[in-house]
Design a protein around this ligand. Structure first.
Ligand SMILES: [Zn+2]
Length: 465
C-alpha cells in the first residue's frame, strides 16, 4: 500500500475548489455509498480546473504582479533563460541589474482575458496580436484558467520581451522576441515512469477505500471504468470486496507528479474474481483485456451517462410521477443536470430523431438486428441525424426535461429482439478479443505486468496476516 502525500494535497485543493458546488452535492448526497461519492468526484473533477498545480506553483505569491530584477548575466541578445519561481525569488535579492530587464509573474484571476492581462501590464494590443499569430501552440494561451501563472520579461521601456506559460506540469510554452519578431516553442520536461501498486478491501465505499490506499481520483475512475462492464459499482459492491492495482506513476526530476495508466488490476466482487491487463498494439491503441485476451469491454455500455445517479429503476409496476397511475417503467431514469452528455451505448445507426409524445426529444439507435436503444427527454440532440452511423460512446444528445418529465433526467430503454429488457442487468456480448495474430505479442507484453500484480497481491496478503 502506497501513501502519496501529493494526492492528499490535490484532494484538499479539490475540496476547496468544490465549495461553491455544495448545494448540488447535497442533492447527490441522498444516495448512499460509492456512487454518491463517485458522482461527487466526477463533479469535482468537472469544476476544478487549476487542481493540477505542482508544489512550486501552489506556493506562488498571492500578489498578482511581482516585478523582479533579473540577475546580472541575463541578456536579451540570447534567449532568456528558463526560470522557475525559486530563481525569481533569488533574483529579488540581486542588487545590480545591468540592463534593468524585469520579470513579472501574473496570476490569472477569474474573468481575466489575455487582452485584459496585456493591457494591465501596459503591453500594446499589437504585441498580443503578433503573439497570437504564431500558430496553434500559442492558441493554448486562450485556455488560461484562474490560478495559473504567466511569466513575462520586459525591457526598460516596458516592452514585452518574453512570455512563459506552463500548460501543465510537463509542457511549457515559451514565446520570445527574436530579430524577426516573436517566436514560440514548446518545451517538455523529461518524464520517468515507474510502477506502483495499491490494494484495498472495500469497507466503506470504493472511493473512500481507494483513497485510503493512496489512489488519485483519476485512477479510481479508471478502475471503475475498466470493470464497469462486469461490476455495477452503484449497486453490487459488498463489504469485503477487494482490489489490487498495478499502475504507472510519473516523475519529473525525482518528484512524483501524477499517476499514469492502470497496467493491470484485479477486482474481487462478491467472491467473483475479475482481472484486467492493459495491452498496447503496434498502432499505439491501448485496451484492457482479461489475461486470456478477452475484451473487458462489452458491445454495450451499461450506462449512457457517466456516474449519474439512477433515480428510477426498471420496474413494470410503478406509479408514474406525472400521470400518477401505475404504468410500467420499461427503462432506467438517470437524474442528471440539463446539458449532461448522453452516450450511445453501442455502435449502430440512428433510426429516429424527433419528438415522440411524452418522451419529448428522442433518439433511437438500432444496433445490428437484435438490439435497439432509446434516449428520451433530451434538451437538445447530438450531431448524429436520422440515418447516420454512430459509435459506442458518441453523443446522441443532452439531458433535459422535454415531454412528460418532472425534472431534467434521461429516460433510457433497451430492446432485445423488440422486447424491453432491463439494461442494468441484461447480459451483453463481449467486444472483440485480442486478434489471434497478436496473441503472442499480447502474452509477451502482459505476462510481466500480471506477474507484478500477483506479487503485489501476495505482498498485501502477507502484510494482512
Ligand atoms: Zn423513465
Amino acid at each position: 500500500m502506497i501513501k502519496q502525500r501529493l494526492i492528499n494535497r490535490d484532494y484538499k485543493t479539490l475540496l476547496a475548489n468544490a465549495q461553491p458546488r455544495q448545494k448540488k452535492l447535497h442533492l447527490s448526497a441522498i444516495l448512499a455509498g460509492t456512487f454518491a461519492l463517485l458522482v461527487a468526484v466526477f463533479y469535482f473533477k468537472g469544476v476544478s480546473s487549476p487542481a493540477q498545480t505542482d508544489a512550486v506553483q501552489s506556493s506562488a505569491p498571492q500578489l498578482n504582479i511581482v516585478p523582479i530584477a533579473l540577475p546580472d548575466n541575463a541578456g536579451y541578445d540570447t534567449a532568456p533563460p528558463i526560470v522557475n519561481k525559486s530563481d525569481y525569488s533569488e533574483a529579488t535579492t540581486s542588487k545590480v541589474s545591468r540592463n534593468k530587464s524585469t520579470h513579472k509573474i501574473y496570476t490569472v484571476k477569474a474573468g481575466d482575458s489575455l487582452a485584459k492581462i496585456f493591457s494591465q501590464l501596459k503591453y500594446s494590443p499589437t504585441t498580443l496580436y503578433n503573439i497570437m499569430q504564431l500558430g496553434k501552440d500559442v492558441a493554448l494561451l486562450k485556455k488560461i484558467t484562474p490560478g495559473q501563472t504567466l511569466r513575462f520579461t520586459q525591457n526598460v521601456e516596458g516592452k514585452c520581451l518574453s512570455v512563459e506559460y506552463d500548460i501543465d506540469r510537463i509542457k511549457t510554452l515559451h514565446i520570445q522576441t527574436t530579430e524577426n519578431g516573436f517566436s514560440a516553442s514548446l518545451a517538455e520536461k523529461p518524464v520517468e515512469i515507474a510502477h506502483s501498486t495499491a490494494s484495498a478491501e472495500i469497507n466503506n465505499s470504493l472511493f473512500y477505500d481507494a483513497k485510503q490506499a493512496g489512489l488519485a481520483d483519476k485512477t479510481i475512475m479508471e478502475l471503475a471504468n475498466i470493470f464497469g462492464w462486469d461490476i455495477d459499482f452503484s449497486q453490487s459492491l459488498r463489504k469485503g470486496d477487494s482490489f489490487t492495482l498495478l499502475y504507472e506513476t510519473k516523475y519529473i526530476g525525482g518528484v512524483r507528479i501524477e499517476n499514469g495508466n492502470i497496467l493491470a488490476a484485479e477486482f474481487v466482487n462478491r467472491g467473483d474474481k475479475y482481472q484486467a491487463v492493459r495491452f498496447v498494439n503496434s498502432d499505439g491503441h491501448a485496451e484492457y483485456f482479461s489475461p486470456d485476451g478477452k475484451s473487458m469491454r462489452k458491445t454495450f455500455l451499461r450506462n449512457p451517462i457517466d456516474f449519474a445517479r439512477v433515480s428510477s429503476r426498471f420496474n413494470l409496476r410503478r406509479k408514474h410521477p406525472v400521470l400518477n397511475r401505475i404504468r410500467a417503467h420499461k427503462g432506467v431514469d438517470y437524474a442528471a443536470s440539463t446539458g449532461t452528455p448522453i452516450k450511445s451505448t453501442g455502435d449502430g445507426k440512428v433510426i429516429f430523431r424527433g419528438i415522440k409524445g411524452g418522451y419529448g426529444r428522442v433518439v433511437i439507435v438500432q444496433h445490428g438486428q437484435k438490439y435497439s436503444s432509446l434516449y428520451a427527454h433530451m434538451s437538445k440532440y447530438g450531431r448524429y441525424k436520422n440515418g447516420s452511423r454512430i459509435k459506442q460512446g458518441q453523443i446522441v444528445g443532452y439531458v433535459g426535461k422535454s415531454g412528460l418529465a418532472t425534472g431534467p433526467h434521461l429516460h433510457y430503454e433497451l430492446r432485445v429482439n423488440g422486447v424491453h429488457r432491463n439494461p442494468l442487468t441484461v447480459k451483453f456480448p463481449a467486444a472483440k478479443p485480442v486478434n489471434k495474430k497478436l496473441l503472442a505479442q499480447f502474452k509477451q507484453q502482459t505476462s510481466p505486468l500480471l506477474a507484478e500484480l500477483k506479487l503485489a497481491k501476495q505482498t498485501q496478503l502477507a502484510l494482512n496476516n
